[in-house]
Design a binder for this molecule. Structure first.
Ligand code: UD1
Ligand code: M6R
Length: 366
């Protein structure tokens, strides 16, 4: 049921304060800061002992893995890989019994992800699912896992699954990192912000009208570049995917550190650019990249953290200040802003946002 909303997509975007809360409900006790993921608890020691973690997924689910990769590297101090499932099964890379393979999927039915799971199982790796749909193939065939509990996602464009995946994966990283003394302060800070996350998301959703104003400008474009680095690299890939799906406009997410190796040639006064410059450990380098594209005449729309408007305005056509949250969770705030942007552009262009052309909700063929 769509309730008061015109589309499932809009409803699913706006229910994210509740869906992320449901992902944490009964698992994270904010008072005692204790965390228990019933679905993987028995395997936490095996995960900690593994040699590598590989995240394998498609589309939006692949982007959520990219969004949490740095946190796993920090919490676990071992190699972490993020794989696009279709490329993974093309290559059939070496997989070992001391690998942990994590399959992320909203539907639990994506054929490429499922094939990759069967391949990793055949190679005796520990296979973990992070899946929304209970009883789905991936949930059944993985050795263990964590359900997102985000509720049904109807719109073809994935929205609340992304934010719940980031939250579920963050909780797994926190569990894995419990054995690392150096990670404990950081873990506490992240738990504090997970507690605040529903309210933080409400603040982003309250920016809807500001985002609609930006969407009106973007809806006239033929191509949009989105730039970001660190956790914001995952966010720009996800934002570009949403814009392609909903607006049918060419959109490209580019690592802000990579722009000087070619994409800079596309940058000029007329080019529509969305630049994610949130306050994180890469902020100075992000600012340098922003200044470089401004030198080429670009005036991007800048998404930054509250308090940075004055510093970044000279480089921007407009600035959107997002609420402050731990770096590990920043992709949640920026992706929700980009979900709203893509949604509004799609509606302004009279597109069927719930059912974009040529796409299916679950891709059950290779
Ligand atoms: C489970 C119950 C929940 C109950 C709670 C009480 C289900 C679906 N969940 O939640 O209703 O309130 O116990 O303690 O009955 N799994 C996989 N692969 C996946 C996802 C999950 O194998 O991709 C497995 C898990 O390893 C676990 C089971 O499915 O054995 C349920 O997982 P999950 O719902 O995440 O567990 P709990 O949060 O403990
Ligand atoms: O159900 P899954 O998470 O496995 O689906 C993966 C992709 O098909 C999915 O994320 C797709 O890219 C969405 N339409 C993106 O909005």
């Amino acid at each position: 049921m769509k309730g008061d909303y015109g589309t499932f997509m809009q409803k699913e975007i706006f229910e994210q304060p509740e869906s992320v809360f449901n992902t944490m409900r009964g698992r994270l006790d904010f008072e005692t800061e204790s965390l228990r993921l019933g679905g993987i608890q028995a395997n936490v020691v095996a995960i900690r002992r593994a040699k590598r973690i590989l995240f394998i997924a498609c589309g939006t689910s692949h982007h959520s893995a990219l969004a949490v990769r740095a946190l796993f590297e920090e919490a676990w101090e071992k190699p972490v890989f993020v794989e696009i499932a279709s490329d993974f099964i093309d290559r059939k890379p070496p997989i070992f019994r001391d690998d942990v393979c994590v399959f992320i999927s909203q539907s639990g039915e994506t054929a490429d992800t499922l094939n990759a799971l069967r391949y990793c199982k055949d190679h005796d790796a520990l296979c973990i699912g992070v899946v929304n749909a209970v009883g789905s193939c991936i949930a059944r065939e993985t050795h263990c896992g964590v359900h997102l509990n985000a509720g049904p996602e109807i719109s073809v464009a994935s929205t609340k699954a992304f934010t719940s995946q980031v939250v579920a994966l963050t909780m797994i990283a926190l569990l894995v990192g419990q054995s690392l003394a150096l990670f404990q302060d950081r873990s506490r800070a992240i738990i504090k912000d997970l507690h605040m996350l529903p309210d933080i998301i409400r603040k982003v959703l309250a920016m809807n009208e500001q985002i609609l104003t930006i969407a009106k400008e973007c809806s006239k474009q033929q191509s949009i570049l989105l730039l970001g680095r660190g956790g914001q690299y995952a966010a720009v890939l996800e934002g570009a995917l949403k814009i392609k799906e909903l607006a049918y406009i060419h959109a490209e997410g580019i690592h802000a550190g990579d722009v000087k190796y070619g994409p800079m040639a596309l940058v000029n006064q007329a080019r529509c650019i969305i630049f994610l410059a949130l306050r994180d450990s890469h902020f100075n380098r992000t600012k340098a990249a922003l200044a470089q594209i401004a030198d080429c005449g670009a005036k991007p729309v800048v998404l930054c953290s509250i308090g940075d408007r004055a510093e970044l305005s000279p480089f921007a056509s407009s600035v959107l200040e997002l609420p402050i949250v731990d770096e590990a969770l920043q992709s949640v705030t920026s992706v929700i802003a980009l979900q709203l942007l893509a949604f509004h552009i799609g509606v302004l262009r009279d597109n069927a946002v719930d059912t974009p052309r040529n796409l299916a909700k679950s891709v059950t063929v290779e």
